[in-house]
Write a protein that binds this ligand. Structure first.
Ligand SMILES: Nc1ncnc2c1ncn2[C@@H]1O[C@H](COP(=O)(O)OP(=O)(O)OP(=O)(O)O)[C@@H](O)[C@H]1O
Length: 367
C-alpha cells in the first residue's frame, strides 16, 4: 500500500510545461465538443459531466487519438494539433501519459515490462528501461510484483501499474480517464489518497475525467463541467461549489469537504472547528458531507448526537429546485434547503443561525 521513495525522488523538472487547449472536435455527424482551457504545470484539471457530455472526447483529442476539427493544442512551446496550420503530432510522439478507464495493461507482458513499455518504445535501452520501471514500481508500492502478469493483480494493483506505466516516461501531460471507476469502494478510498500524493509529486499538467464529485474535489485544482459538448462552468472546486450556475452543477459539486486531523471520531479541522464523525480514524483525513445533510435552525438545536455550531448567512443562491445557502462560521459550510425553509428562517445576509450535521451523515477519508 505504501510507496517507499521520498516525495518527488528522481522526477526531472524538464516535463514542467503548461498546456493550452482550444478544442473543437466532431464525433460522427451529430456531436461537437467546444472547450478552451489553459493549465499550468503541476496543476490538475478535472473534466466533469454526465454520460455522453464529451469528456472522453476531450481526453482523446489531447492524447492525439482524435484529431481536432479546429482549434489548437500546445504543450510548452510545441504545437501538437492545429488543423489550420496542418500540424498534427502523432500520439506516440507526444509527451503524454495516459491511464485508461480499464487500464489496458498488456496481458502477455510482465508487470515490469508493462511499465518499461513506453520507455522501450522511445528507444531507451532494455536495462535502463527496466531499472527505471523498477524504480516506478517501488514508488507505487509494487516492487515485489515485477514478474507477475496483469491478470493476477487486484483492481487496485492494476491501477497502480497503469499509473506507473504512464508516469515512467516522465510525460509533460498526464491524462487519467475515470482512474478510480473500476475499483470497489474500499480500494477506491486508499487509491484515491495515493493518487493524490502522486499527483502532488508530479511536475507536469494533469487532466482527469471523472463522474465522482469527491474525486474531483480531492484530486483537482480546477474543474471544468461539460454538458452536451459545451462548458457550463469552470473554476476552482470550492468556488464552483459556492456559486453553482445550474441545478446540475449544484448537485454535482455540492460537497462540503474539510481537511483535518482525526483522533477517533473527533476531527480537528485545518481551518478551525471540530467535527464528530461516525467512522473512527487516526491522522490526516478529509471529512465530507453533502449540503443536503446540513439543517439550519434559528436557535441552538438539542437532541440526538450531532455537530452544531453558530453561523451567519453569507449568501443565498436560488436555482430551479435548490436553494443553496453559504454560511460563514467555524467551519464555513454550504447548506441546501427547501424554498419553504428560506421563508421560515429569514435567510438574509448577516443573519445568525445554527448549523447542524449528524455524525452519521459524514464520511471520512484518509488524506
Ligand atoms: N466513435 C464515435 N462515433 C460517433 N460518435 C461518437 C463516437 N464515440 C462517441 N461518440 C459520441 O460522442 C459524444 C461524446 O462521447 P464521450 O465518450 O466523449 O462522452 P463522455 O462524456 O466521455 O461520456 P461517458 O461518461 O459516458 O464516458 C456522445 O454523444 C457519443 O455518442
Amino acid at each position: 500500500m505504501t510507496s517507499t521513495a521520498p516525495a518527488g525522488a528522481g522526477i526531472r523538472q524538464g516535463n514542467a510545461m503548461s498546456l493550452h487547449a482550444d478544442l473543437d472536435v466532431r464525433r460522427g455527424a451529430r456531436f461537437r465538443l467546444r472547450t478552451r482551457f489553459d493549465l499550468e504545470p503541476g496543476r490538475t484539471l478535472a473534466l466533469l459531466g454526465p454520460n455522453g457530455a464529451g469528456k472522453s472526447t476531450a481526453l482523446r483529442a489531447l492524447a492525439g487519438l482524435q484529431p481536432l476539427a479546429a482549434g489548437r493544442i500546445r504543450l510548452g512551446d510545441r504545437v501538437l494539433d492545429a488543423p489550420e496550420d496542418r500540424t498534427f503530432v502523432r500520439p506516440e510522439h507526444r509527451s503524454v501519459g495516459v491511464v485508461f478507464q480499464d487500464y489496458l495493461l498488456f496481458g502477455h507482458l510482465s508487470v515490469l515490462d508493462n511499465v518499461a513499455f513506453g520507455l522501450r518504445a522511445r528507444g531507451v535501452p532494455r536495462r535502463t528501461a527496466q531499472r527505471r520501471a523498477r524504480d516506478w514500481l517501488r514508488r507505487v508500492g509494487l516492487a515485489d510484483h515485477d514478474r507477475r502478469r496483469p491478470r493476477s493483480l487486484s483492481g487496485g494493483q492494476a491501477q497502480r501499474v497503469a499509473l506507473a506505466r504512464a508516469l515512467a516516461t516522465e510525460p509533460a501531460l498526464l491524462l487519467l480517464d475515470e482512474p478510480l471507476a473500476a475499483l470497489d469502494a474500499g480500494t477506491r478510498v486508499h487509491i484515491r489518497s495515493e493518487l493524490r500524493r502522486h499527483l502532488g509529486d508530479y511536475p507536469g499538467a494533469c487532466v482527469l475525467v471523472t463522474h465522482d464529485p469527491l474525486d474531483a474535489m480531492v484530486l483537482a485544482d480546477e474543474l471544468l463541467v461539460v454538458e452536451n459538448g459545451e462548458v457550463v462552468q469552470q473554476g476552482r472546486p470550492a468556488d464552483i461549489a459556492r456559486h453553482p450556475r445550474t441545478d446540475y452543477v449544484a448537485t454535482l459539486v455540492g460537497l462540503n469537504v474539510y481537511r483535518g486531523r482525526a483522533e477517533g471520531t473527533l476531527v480537528d479541522l485545518v481551518g478551525g472547528g471540530t467535527l464528530t464523525t461516525a467512522e473512527p480514524a487516526h491522522g490526516e483525513v478529509f471529512v465530507a458531507f453533502p449540503p443536503t445533510a446540513v439543517s439550519l435552525h434559528a436557535g441552538r438545536p438539542d437532541g440526538s448526537p450531532r455537530n452544531t455550531w453558530p453561523v451567519t448567512v453569507a449568501g443565498v443562491e436560488q436555482h430551479a429546485h435548490t436553494v443553496r445557502v453559504r454560511l460563514a462560521g467555524t467551519p464555513d459550510v454550504l447548506a441546501d434547503v427547501t424554498p419553504a425553509a428560506v421563508a421560515e428562517l429569514d435567510l438574509t445576509e448577516g443573519n445568525a443561525l445554527w448549523a447542524a450535521v449528524k455524525a452519521t451523515e459524514t464520511h471520512t477519508y484518509p488524506a
